[in-house]
Each structure stands twice: as structure tokens, then as C-alpha cells.
Ligand binder design. Structure first.
Ligand code: BES
Ligand code: ZN
Ligand code: ZN
Length: 464
């Protein structure tokens, strides 16, 4: 969907005959109610309306037509107050009737809440449009909604329709919009071009593994490299997962989806950086040719890796991509990956973990995350756990014998491939909403994406 499509789907610049949405703070609801007509007070009572954040009340006129909408907001979290509106209101035009009407987050919450994954379930198109005026930066708004939509759509797609070649098609269509071509290294070319670990992990699949790359922007600008784990389906490989553990593994290309989404936003917002996107895309499948526990792989970096567990495949494909990225000495390297279950044990499914070797990036990221209401949390690159990755026969093992601190040991593994002078941020994300919340439907989700875009915008344009 293009910028203009998005604008037409979820928003309108006309406000004639549009229905007002009163945004009332939870803390002010009782006082507000007392000032309303007896009719409205009765309607609130009869509807058993609860003044809970994001709750929506439809208020009819005497003819029974929708005249007004009431939604409840919390002052510390205005972002999601309109998040249920687009789903719960009838098709039509609406406008915000509130002193907060110039707050961009309200419009974002509306647009993100309007998302539906209807690829395989047609016939639900309903257009609720919110009036938007000159006070809102439409390019910024649509860039973010578009980026999040890319992540959700890619993750929600069934694995059979989001194999490495489909991930590459998604990248191609994003790159094309900006006049770019992607370059790819596919199948056995991964061996000749020295990406041996990506090849080893992906070679068992009927769908050839690949490394997808595109570069955008002025070479004079600082280089930012963005890497995303693109495991189209993670069966675990020979160390096969349980049925329950495998059920959601179509989302294991969530890191790739984040890289694609962030790239789209960066390019739409024309950030003054040179962006390199690198996506190793593989299916972690099982066949006679599958890589095995106990195998030793020599990576692009020259480091040898003993395979302890074929299910720790994400860090394997990432390390060859990281080595490629650092060859051009980026100013900043960011990777996104659905890397460990352990990160979810530590922080749950709704807070992505991040690791960094650069304290100032950590502080700036946390700040950005608070500003845009996109929670993230830093975990430590605790070097004394590095011993858990020692191998008897190679430079490193891909998985520690103990699961304790599993998100940290995975990050420490990646760190081995990042030169200490390269500023690096690693995100370990769920990329999936296990439950629906206002503005955040169940299914594929961008997590940390808005924080990173805000962080990049501030860092490279010096906006305060
Ligand atoms: N894709 C999984 C990690 C994952 C699982 C993310 C569930 C989100 C939810 C990854 O490839 C994996 O299987 N990791 C193993 C690592 C272990 C073998 C060291 C894990 O987390 O169990
Ligand atoms: Zn795995
Ligand atoms: Zn995985």
C-alpha cells in the first residue's frame, strides 16, 4: 500500500458530516459526565459503559443514528486511546473532538488499530476514516504505519507463502519504490561467495537459502547496517522442536520483517544515512542433507563453530551477515532477530530485549522508546558468561549447555563477530502479539521498530 493509499484508507482531509469522537481522560470522566445532558448520562448508564482506557461508546441521536463517540484515555498513555475505534465503529468519517486533537500519537493509534490481515479471509473491508488536518505530519504518520504493516503482513503470512524467495520479493518491492535493485546470493553461490554458515543452515530445505542485500542513500552519509534474521520456518532442524514449540515458528522471519519495515520508514523519511540492509533468509528444515549436531562449520569470519544444537540457527545465519556488514565499517550496526525463547522468559512476549556495546546508544534508545511509547529493555552483554560458549574442538559452540541466561549467551555469541570499535545494537524480539490490545491486534507485530526509527531520526538529524 502506498502513502496515498494509506491516507485514503484510514484518514480523510474532509471534515464535513464527520462524527465527533470525544476523548475523555479516565481521571476526568466523572466530572465530564456530570456536565452532559440527562439523555447522554442515561445512555452511559444503560450501556453499562466502563471508563476503562480505550473503551468506545457509540452515542445515538433521537432517530437512532450515530451522533457522537466517546473514548476513554489515560494521560500517560494517549497513544492507544483510539486503537479500538476503526474496528468497533461503523464505516464513516470521524474527527477528534478534544484538546489533544493535535497529538500525533492519537492518529497513529487509530491507524495501527485499523490493521486487518485479510489475505486469506476476504470480504471484511470496512472504511472508517479519521479527519486529519495540517497540524499532523502525514508523511511521518504514514511512514510509520506502513513500516509496521510490512512487519505484520510478512509475519502473518503462512510459512509456505513466506519462504526465502518470498522474503526476497518483499524486499524487492520495497527497494523498487525507491529506484533500487536488491542483490542476492542464492543456493550454492553462498559457498562460492563465502557465506558457508548461511548455506549450511538452509541447505536442507527445498527452498534455496539466500542472502538478500540492498543499499540506499548518499555514500557521503554515515553508514547504518541493518540485519534481520529471516528464518522462514524454524522446525529446529535435526534437533526438532516439539509440536507446541513449532506452532508459531512461521514468525521466525520476524527480524527480516523488522529490517524491511525500518528500511521503508528510513527511506520514506529520507534520513541522512546510507542504509545497508542484509537479510539472510533460510528455512531451518530437515532432510538427508541437513546440518547436524557435532558438525563444525567455518564461518565467513574464519572462526570455526561447533554445532551443539541445530535449533540455535538464528545466530548462525546472523554471524555471516554480521561479518559481511562490518567489512564496510558501518557507523552503526543494528540487528533484529526472533533469537531466543529465553528473552521471552526474561521479559515476556511484549517487551523486546536489546543489547549494545555502546552506552550512549542504550540511553538514546531508551529515551526514544519512551517518547514513542514502544517499550524495549536492555539486557547485559555479561562477558563472564562467555565461557558457556567454549568448545573443545572449535573456536565457539552455537549453543550453551545450560539454558540459563540464554538470551545473553546468544547475544555474546553474536558479539564475537562484531569488532569492538563497531557500535552495535542487537534486538531479540517476539514479533508477535499473543493477545489483542487496543491498536495491537493478535498476530505479527513490530516491536522496537518505532523506537529505532525515532532513535535514528534523532541521532542523524540532530532534531531535539
Ligand atoms: N526461533 C527460536 C527462538 C524463539 C522461540 C523465539 C520462541 C521466540 C519464541 C530460535 O531459533 C531457537 O530455537 N532458539 C533456541 C535456542 C537454544 C537451542 C539454545 C531456544 O530459544 O530454545
Ligand atoms: Zn531455532
Ligand atoms: Zn529460530
Amino acid at each position: 500500500m502506498s502513502n496515498t493509499d494509506l491516507m485514503q484508507y484510514f484518514y480523510t482531509d474532509e471534515d464535513t458530516n464527520s462524527i465527533p469522537i470525544d476523548v475523555v481522560l479516565k481521571s476526568e470522566f466523572s466530572a465530564w459526565k456530570k456536565n452532559q445532558s440527562k439523555y447522554l448520562q442515561n445512555w452511559i448508564e444503560a450501556s453499562q459503559f466502563k471508563a476503562k482506557a480505550s473503551n468506545v461508546l457509540r452515542i445515538p441521536n433521537m432517530q437512532g443514528s450515530l451522533e457522537k463517540v466517546l473514548v476513554i484515555a489515560e494521560i500517560e498513555n494517549l497513544m492507544w486511546c483510539l486503537g479500538l475505534c476503526a474496528k468497533q465503529l461503523p464505516a464513516g468519517k470521524y474527527h477528534i473532538n478534544s484538546s489533544h486533537k493535535d497529538n500525533e500519537q492519537l492518529y497513529l493509534g487509530w491507524g495501527l488499530g485499523a490493521y486487518q490481515y485479510i489475505e486469506y479471509k476476504k470480504g471484511q473491508d470496512k472504511l472508517c476514516k479519521l479527519h486529519i488536518d495540517g497540524a499532523i505530519d502525514i508523511n511521518q504518520l504514514t511512514a510509520i504505519i506502513q513500516a509496521v504493516t510490512v512487519v505484520r503482513d510478512m509475519v502473518n503470512a503462512p510459512a509456505s507463502d513466506m519462504m526465502p524467495q518470498h522474503i526476497s520479493k518483499e524486499c524487492e518491492s520495497i527497494a523498487q519504490e525507491f529506484g533500487l535493485k536488491i542483490s542476492e546470493c542464492i543456493g550454492d553461490n553462498l559457498i562460492t561467495e563465502n557465506y558457508p554458515v548461511i548455506h549450511a543452515v538452509g541447505r536442507a530445505s527445498a527452498h534455496e537459502p539466500r542472502l538478500i542485500e540492498f543499499i540506499w542513500g548518499d555514500p557521503q552519509h554515515p553508514r547504518v547496517s541493518l540485519i534481520g534474521k529471516g528464518v522462514s520456518f524454524d522446525s529446529g532442524g535435526l534437533d526438532i522442536k516439539s509440536a507446541q514449540g513449532m506452532r508459531l515458528m512461521k514468525k521466525d522471519m520476524g527480524g527480516a520483517a523488522h529490517a524491511a519495515g525500518i528500511a521503508l520508514a528510513v527511506m520514506r523519511l529520507k534520513l541522512p544515512i546510507q542504509l545497508q540492509v542484509l537479510i539472510p533468509a533460510v528455512e531451518n528444515a530437515i532432510s538427508g542433507d541437513a546440518f547436524r549436531p557435532g558438525d563444525v562449520l567455518t564461518s565467513r569470519s574464519g572462526k570455526t563453530i561447533e554445532i551443539d544444537n541445530t535449533d540455535a540457527e538464528g545466530r548462525l545465519i546472523l554471524c555471516d551477515a554480521i561479518t559481511k556488514a562490518v567489512e564496510s565499517k558501518p557507523d552503526l550496526l543494528i540487528d533484529f532477530a526472533t533469537l531466543t525463547g529465553a528473552a521471552r522468559v526474561a521479559l515476556g512476549t511484549e517487551v523486546p530485549a536489546f543489547f549494545t556495546n555502546d552506552d550512549s546508544s542504550a540511553a538514546d534508545l531508551m529515551h526514544a522508546s519512551e517518547i514513542v511509547n514502544d517499550p524495549i529493555w536492555q539486557l547485559p552483554l555479561h562477558q563472564s558468561y562467555r565461557y558457556m560458549l567454549n568448545s573443545d574442538i572449535a573456536d565457539i559452540v552455537n549453543s550453551a549447555a545450560s539454558g540459563y541466561g540464554g538470551a545473553i549467551t546468544a547475544a555474546l555469541y553474536l558479539k564475537e563477530f562484531v569488532p569492538p570499535e563497531t557500535k552495535w545494537i542487537h534486538f531479540d524480539v517476539m514479533a508477535y502479539n499473543m493477545r489483542a490490545r487496543a491498536g495491537r491486534p493478535k498476530g505479527g507485530e513490530a516491536m522496537g521498530l518505532r523506537a529505532v526509527v525515532e532513535f535514528l531520526q534523532k541521532r542523524y538529524t540532530n532534531q531535539q
